[in-house]
Ligand binder design. Structure first.
Ligand code: UD1
Ligand code: CA
Length: 478
């Protein structure tokens, strides 16, 4: 089986520097949605027809799957021309069934293509068109049927009579067709129509004229036939796809408190008894294990969340959160952050390219960059891992069950041994042996009377004076 995916058209109304088919919904480009659908229908050869924004589109196709054949349509002379160009790019004419679909119809599912193929084969048709009944068929090709209900032709809107325009059954543009017939038919298409284009749809009239069986597979789910031409349509189809994705996960046992403010990409996976609170976006290849709670107001991209973990008001990408671990509120996980089981990344904590061991805690106001924090360690509030010397990044290690105090700076590269402690306000530049207490701030000096001397007649001086007088009275009263 062969698929031809048309992607050569211009996306003028997107008003974008990016090719239309490379705009995304649910974390995939429209082009990828089309390629995923045809792959899921069991196709072995896929030809993509590229033209407008060819370099961008071509690069995206190669990155997605280099085995996809690319056919270049220099000028967009119509869908029939595009299919002709696709067939010419193949070493030999396809002898099996050919699926023709568009790269700008992102909701079309593999299941619908499979059903279309089943109905095509069961009826022994030469061509089967995917059609839909719509309220406003303006602009679409209309499905014309004879008195017996058999499909006789597709008439483009611009070529249609008033009676034909009254027909509400439209051509989705997606069809399956016998490869041998298609090859012969597209070679004989003509441009004698309102747009002066080679219409793929004219193969239907040709099949009927040759006495070949032609059918239509009417799709109730009209969304799957909708194309995107502008950003309003992109948002509309994006919202509908998200509605379908959230409905799917709820059916699989995930609690989604507010599906309207929860956005889940196509490739995300969720286990039963995950709870998603409002305002959450799960993007890319994020995977959330059983019993975890995410949100509210959390964005995770390519993050693995362990069983029973809790992630509150967090923004992160390319990170791992262990089983029963807790993150947030207000945490920032950057690529390479790995939090062990039962570990904690707390409030206003940023972690990058660092491993935090099992049960280790980084609870408050801290930057952890390029560090290894051992299991059971506790990092004091307001700690900075100074990983960057202005030229290079260096790594630091905090040992197992180490307890570092508040307001520490670890000047990398530095190692704090297992079970070691540090004092408050320390700047740790030298390695700390296991079990030692490191103190770097010098002994505290109190310069008596400094405020009265240097800041006389201020509120501070008066407050200090009052406290001193009060202390003196207490002493004399004893
Ligand atoms: C086409 C169908 C119409 C159908 C409608 C559904 C024809 C003649 N008409 O309309 O019956 O109701 O789709 O949306 O087939 N493309 C190319 N090269 C071209 C022309 C188009 O690659 O030379 C691609 C476009 O990028 C797009 C798709 O084919 O993905 C359809 O093209 P578009 O111009 O949107 O459709 P119409 O021709 O208006
Ligand atoms: Ca057109």
């Amino acid at each position: 089986m062969t698929a031809i995916v048309l992607a050569a058209g211009a996306g003028t109304r997107m008003k974008s520097a990016r090719a239309k088919v490379l705009h995304e919904i649910a974390g995939r480009t429209m082009l990828e949605h089309a390629l995923v659908a045809v792959a899921g229908a069991g196709v072995h050869t896929t030809v993509a027809v590229v033209g407008h924004d060819r370099e961008q589109v071509s690069e995206a196709i190669t990155a997605y799957d280099p085995s996809i054949v690319q056919a270049v349509q220099e000028q967009q002379n119509g869908t029939g021309h595009a299919v002709h160009v696709a067939l010419e790019s193949l070493d030999s004419a396809p002898d099996g069934t050919v699926i023709v679909t568009y790269a700008d119809v992102p909701l079309l599912s593999a299941q619908t293509l499979a059903e279309l193929l089943v109905s095509h084969r069961a009826a022994g048709h030469t061509v089967t068109i995917l059609t839909a009944e719509v309220d406003d068929p303006t602009g679409y090709g209309r499905i014309l049927r004879g008195p017996d209900g058999a499909v006789t032709a597709i008439r483009e809107h611009k070529d249609a009579s008033d009676d034909e325009r009254a027909v509400r059954e439209i051509n989705s543009g997606i069809l399956v067709v016998d490869g041998g017939f298609l090859t012969a038919a597209v070679a004989r298409l003509e441009t004698d129509n309102a747009q002066g284009e080679l219409y793929l749809t004219d193969i239907v009239g040709k099949a009927v004229a040759e006495g070949r069986p032609v059918g239509a597979h009417v799709l109730e789910d009209v969304w799957q036939t909708e194309g995107v031409n502008d950003r309003a349509q992109l948002a509309r189809l994006g919202a509908e796809l998200n509605r379908r994705i959230t409905a799917h996960w709820m059916a699989e046992g995930v609690t989604i408190v507010d599906p309207a403010t929860t956005w889940i990409d196509s490739a995300v996976t969720l286990e039963p008894d995950v709870t998603i609170l409002p305002g959450t976006q799960l993007l890319g290849a994020t995977a959330v294990a059983r019993g975890a709670t995410i949100g509210p107001d959390t964005t995770l991209r390519n993050i693995e969340v362990g069983t029973g973990a809790t992630v509150v008001r967090t923004h992160g990408s390319d990170a791992v959160i262990g089983d029963e671990a807790t993150v947030g509120p207000y945490a920032y996980l950057r690529p390479g952050a790995e939090l062990g089981a039962r570990g904690k990344i707390g409030t206003f904590v940023e972690v990058k390219n660092s491993t935090i061991g099992e049960g280790a805690k980084v609870p408050h106001l801290t930057y952890v960059g390029d560090a290894e924090i051992g299991e059971g360690a506790n990092i004091g509030a307001g700690t900075i891992f100074a990983n960057y010397d202005g030229v290079n990044k260096h790594r630091s290690t905090i040992g197992k069950h180490a307890k570092t105090s508040s307001n520490n700076t670890f000047v990398a590269p530095v190692t704090v041994g297992d079970g070691a402690f540090t004092g408050a306000g320390s700047t740790i530049r030298e390695d700390v042996p296991p079990g030692a207490l490191a103190v770097s701030a010098g002994a505290q000096r109190n310069i008596e009377g400094w405020v009265a001397d240097k800041r006389p007649d201020t509120a501070s001086a008066r407050a200090a004076r009052a406290a001193q007088d009060h202390a003196a009275e207490e002493t004399s009263g004893e």
